[in-house]
Design a binder for this molecule. Structure first.
Ligand SMILES: Cc1cc2nc3c(=O)[nH]c(=O)nc-3n(C[C@H](O)[C@H](O)[C@H](O)COP(=O)(O)OP(=O)(O)OC[C@H]3O[C@@H](n4cnc5c(N)ncnc54)[C@H](O)[C@@H]3O)c2cc1C
Length: 306
């Protein structure tokens, strides 16, 4: 008979390792499965200065390693491998990875959500060097500078508004002639003196030396292209939740996020969801960590009631 863990956590970002810290510290036999390295998306960022406790900021990779060792101190085991399939209904949950299969009484889903890219040449190469996917994380680097935001939904509108309080000028590029964002963003954006709109337009090229220097924007109707010098480029065209594995088993919303409220409880008993992959308003390290703690609490409660 295979070993059955009290809790198996899928994903080793801040949500996963915080959940692991709490379940291990509560004495639960915990396994965390991660396909890359600890830290998840935060490991991609040079400096995190909106996570409390680090008065001069911390680089995301170091924070990820610290979260891992903090959880392993209390007994969390990490298995490196990619989760290929899951069976989450029923009392015994089965997780199949490319390096073996595992069984658990509870599962915490913490596989995150990746920012959607534009697919431009150079785009990934210049992430952190002028190209950004998170205005609330990186906007502060552009105080008094010129930035561009691409997108037309709520997150683009909210990012443009946020950046308008920091940057000297914000250029919002949208491929349609009106925003899809809800009305609450329209008025303040239209009234902001330092926000300029480029409608019916797409960014077709990024120009960079050591870092991004300008972009080419092409009007979709006239075909006219112009090169615009900018300091920062914020891509805000949505995220892709990593939920392919759970389709057909767990309730997902229309965008593919796992549906759960602040309790992190999914529609399946014994299955909890933490971090960016959950339906929520703010996707940040601190909210991911917070979810991890809550998910561990309810996993423990679930096991105690068995
Ligand atoms: C460039 C960038 C900069 C950012 N800067 C900041 C910042 O300064 N401050 C801030 O608060 N937030 C920042 N964020 C947001 C923050 O990183 C995320 O909100 C946070 O990492 C979400 O944590 P998570 O644990 O939910 O998911 P993630 O960090 O995405 O972790 C999910 C983990 O699951 C693993 N995984 C996925 N699928 C599988 C599978 N099938 N098998 C095994 N493992 C799997 C992934 O490899 C990953 O490690 C930034 C994001 C980006 C992209």
């Amino acid at each position: 008979m295979s070993h059955t863990y009290d809790t198996v956590i899928l994903g080793g970002g801040p949500a996963g390792y915080t959940a692991a810290l709490y379940t291990s510290r509560a004495g639960l036999d915990t396994l965390l499965i991660e396909k890359l390295s600890p830290g998840g998306q935060m490991a991609l960022t040079d400096i995190i200065d909106n996570y409390p406790g680090f008065d001069t900021g911390v680089d995301g990779f170091t924070l990820g390693m610290k979260m891992q060792s903090g959880a392993e101190r209390f007994g969390t085991k990490t298995a490196y491998g990619e989760v290929l399939s899951v069976e989450l209904a029923g009392e015994a949950k089965r997780i199949v990875t490319d390096s073996g299969e595992y069984f658990a009484r509870t599962v915490i889903l913490a596989t995150g959500a990746n920012p959607r890219t534009l697919g431009l040449a150079n785009e990934t190469e210049f992430v952190g060097r002028g190209v950004h996917y998170c205005a609330h994380c990186d906007g502060r680097f552009y105080k008094g500078k010129t930035v561009m935001v691409v997108g037309g939904g709520n997150s683009a509108a909210s990012d443009a508004l946020y950046l308008s309080h920091l940057a000297e000028k914000v250029i919002l590029v949208h491929r349609r002639d009106t925003l899809r964002a809800t009305k609450i963003y329209h008025q303040p954006l239209m009234e902001a003196k330092n926000v300029e709109f480029l409608w019916n337009s797409t960014v077709t090229q990024l120009h960079a030396e050591a870092r991004l220097t300008s972009v080419t924007v092409t009007n979709r109707i006239t075909g006219e292209a112009q090169e615009i010098p900018i300091d920062g480029f914020f891509v805000s065209v949505g995220r892709v939740p990593v939920t392919e594995l759970y389709k057909g088993q767990i309730d997902l919303d229309e965008y593919g996020y796992v549906v759960a409220d602040e309790t992190t409880k999914t529609n399946l008993p014994g299955v909890f969801v933490a971090g960016d992959v959950r339906t929520k308003a703010l996707r940040q390290v601190i909210t991911a960590a917070s979810d991890g703690a809550v998910a561990a609490h309810y996993a423990e409660e679930y096991l105690n009631q068995k």
